[in-house]
Design a protein around this ligand. Structure first.
Ligand SMILES: [Zn+2]
Length: 411
């Protein structure tokens, strides 16, 4: 066994964020090293001192689209409307549509996530994604949920899509499987209901983009606006889907029937919707994507109201199509800057415990954690550890900074 010490360690024992002077005992376990004690074990000698470093448990990215990870910069221009941006996304997808390109992009995103200290991801996948794309090694280094995107305004296609969804959920995969009816402007209420029902039967998690833009609210309320023009230009407009006024709350009432739902974005959730989410907080989590929110220059996110109502909120990167990288740590930094009233400890929970639970994983804390999954970063020496934490510009796997000693160094 060996011990390592550092300036601060941040943990979540019992779900409570804690910052304490860092001291961990590691032991060899199953061919690797694992944390066997938080604090010093009697049988270790002098700890290896990392100095002014912080050690953190693994991070979870609640929402991404790894398939766009080949992009070197976001599509379109900051401040553009969501319907205009979707045109750019469709153009990009058509340009890079071979299976080989998609797979390479996906794996690049997975590797980038690992380098950013992310050990669990909730990914929205589109066909031809296949479980074969993820090696067993990738799956153990970065477990996740592959949430199959379901998208069509054609009621006649619902049965086919649900059959495909059912096959996806029953496919053996090194990752878990979930579903993602895409958004209210790209799905029918029938498709959303059937997807929720399938998730109820299987216990699979479900994610849906919701209350993301003003244009979405306008389409649901009036059946018109920029989304209608977009859908008409694609030749997929269906009058019948939008002939009755609806709101985000109607969609949330459908989603509340699934066992475990991630409500992605929620930029324009109002008081009534937040109350409904609060009533279902045991199974509904909002995923806030701060830098994507900033890219589109949306109105201020209702994060403080959601937290005040007890709604679980997780952070996500969304994709490289609206974000420069896949670091969920950078999302935490952005959220800290935009919402100074939210405590750093609360933000820390939003990239660890809350997203892990929302995706159906037991949150990983320091104790028992394999060394490959531990996260570390240089940290300022003085002051309040939580304030210093949100000042950290970048985190990386601990192994990036420190390797356990070889046999000669073991004590
Ligand atoms: Zn998304």
């Amino acid at each position: 066994m060996i011990a390592i010490q550092c300036r601060w360690m941040f943990s979540l024992a019992g779900g409570v964020p804690r910052a304490t002077p860092g001291l961990l005992t590691l032991a060899q376990w199953d061919g690797g090293w694992r944390v066997v004690a938080v604090g010093r074990n009697e049988s270790t000698g002098s700890p290896h001192d990392l100095g002014d470093f912080a050690i953190l448990p693994p991070l979870t990215n609640a929402h991404c689209h790894l398939e766009f990870s080949d992009l070197t910069e976001p599509l379109g221009e900051p401040g553009m409307s969501l319907p205009a941006w979707i045109k750019e996304v469709v153009r990009h997808r058509r340009a890079a549509d071979t299976e080989g390109q998609r797979r390479a992009s996906y794996l690049a995103g997975l590797a980038e996530s690992r380098r950013a200290g992310v050990a669990t991801v909730g990914d929205i996948t589109t066909l031809p994604w296949s479980p074969d794309w993820i090696s067993r090694q990738d799956a153990s280094a970065c477990p996740g949920v592959a949430m199959l995107e379901l998208l069509s305004l054609d009621v006649a296609r619902v049965d086919d899509l649900i059959q495909t969804a059912s096959r996806h959920l029953s496919n053996a995969t090194p990752w878990r499987a979930g579903l993602s009816p895409h958004a209210p402007y790209s799905t029918t209420p029938e498709l959303v209901d059937r997807a929720c029902q399938l998730c109820r039967e299987t216990g699979a998690p479900l994610a849906m983009h919701l209350a993301e833009s003003r244009e979405e609210l306008e389409l649901l309320a009036s059946g018109g606006g920029a989304f209608r023009e977009l859908l008409e230009s694609f030749g997929v407009w269906r009058e019948r889907v939008f002939d009755q006024p609806r709101g985000s709350i109607d969609v949330l009432q459908q989603l509340a029937r699934a066992p475990c739902t991630l409500v992605v974005h929620g930029n324009y959730l109002g008081h009534g919707e937040i109350e409904l989410l609060s009533q279902h907080r045991d199974r509904m989590t909002v995923v806030y994507c701060p830098r994507t929110h900033a890219f589109f220059r949306h109105d201020e996110h209702p994060l403080p109201s959601l937290l005040a109502a007890g709604v679980p909120v997780a952070l996500g990167t969304d994709s490289r199509a609206s974000n420069p990288d896949l670091s969920v740590w950078n999302e935490l930094r952005c959220a800290a800057e935009r919402h100074p009233s939210v405590s750093p400890a609360e933000l820390f929970r939003m990239v660890t415990t809350t997203p892990a639970l929302a995706l159906g994983f037991a949150p990983m804390d320091l104790l028992g954690c394999p060394i490959e999954s531990l996260v570390a970063a240089p940290i300022g020496a003085g002051g309040d550890p939580w304030e210093s934490l949100v000042e950290i510009p970048n985190v990386a796997p601990l192994l990036h900074f420190w390797q356990p000693p070889d046999s000669r160094g073991e004590l």
